[in-house]
Write a new protein. Sequence first.
Length: 373
Amino acid sequence: MGLIYGFLLFLAFLGLSFFFVLKSRNIHIWLIAYIRDLFRQRRWKKKPITHIHFAFVDHYEPFWGNADVETARAIVAEWRNRYPPLAKAHTDSDGEHPKHSFFYPVEEYDPPILDMLAEIKTEQLGDLEVHIHHQNDTAENLVKILKEFTRVLAQEHGCLRSEPGSGVNSFAFIHGNWALDNSAGGDWCGVDNEIQALIDAGCYVDMTMPSAPSSTQTSIINSIYFARGKNGRRKSHNQGRKAAIGDWGAEDELLMVQGPLALNWRNRKFGVFPKIESGDISGDLPPDESRIRIWEKCRICIPGADEHLFIKVHTHGAQKDNMDMLFSYGFEALWSSLETLYRDDNAYRLHYVTAREMYEKIHDLAHRTNPDT
């Protein structure tokens, strides 16, 4: 009997430990969706994958850690000098080089820095989009700030695009501190119905998610969907409508393109609990082939165009530890693995894309009656 009681106590201990891990890492928010995805992945094993559209988005903060202007400019100068030759040594199935999407913070605006990043864009090796950290804000002020910042990016640095006849500069968006639509309990934002404010300012796609293990993580994972803001409600993007062939969003809906989110059972804490795989590329989480396979299995696509997979991973590329990893071996490991797995395999086609180009492909597919191209 003693052995039985001991075994039961052990099982209870494991159960409590598992529950603690779920809560402490906020896995309970998206666990049901993850389990559902596992069954979906089994069904999709029979469906061939043809196209891999890969975007590397960067929460690019050169003033991170309260860096002074000289330090911040030196960081960006290093990117300007070192990134192009590395990227030009690699190509996808179309002969295109890797492209880096710099989501630059509104509050860190510095003309020389933006000019250097614009030079990378000019070489067709990247693009600039919008990032923001704000607190206790209002919708009216946010729209005003974003419109002015995007005007400056477009007119003074040759970035972004104006919608014909609208005078509005369209942009992709990532929210600082993951707090999209005031989802951090009122901290790091302040704007309920931020979704509509972003639309009003010219945003065409949000790429904030995933944010796990943050509590701002949505219960929707591994999806391309449309979210509609609701007055007086936070975290409206916790619900949404999946993008589909022939069914594009309404004027008051914002496209949400999520990156991969899963549990990595090969990388376990204490040899028991799987770690979270969120597509985060950092000094502590360098890219490798096993992680790429997890991103693929997340199968982020548009229903009806299942042969087109969209893999969006992220980094904080202006932080020193991450820069050191990326420039010493990270970029090489990432691109070489992608090219070996997908470019050099006749069953696939690899496409390096910017955030904008990923959006445009999704838009294109959703408006086609024949998505096999």
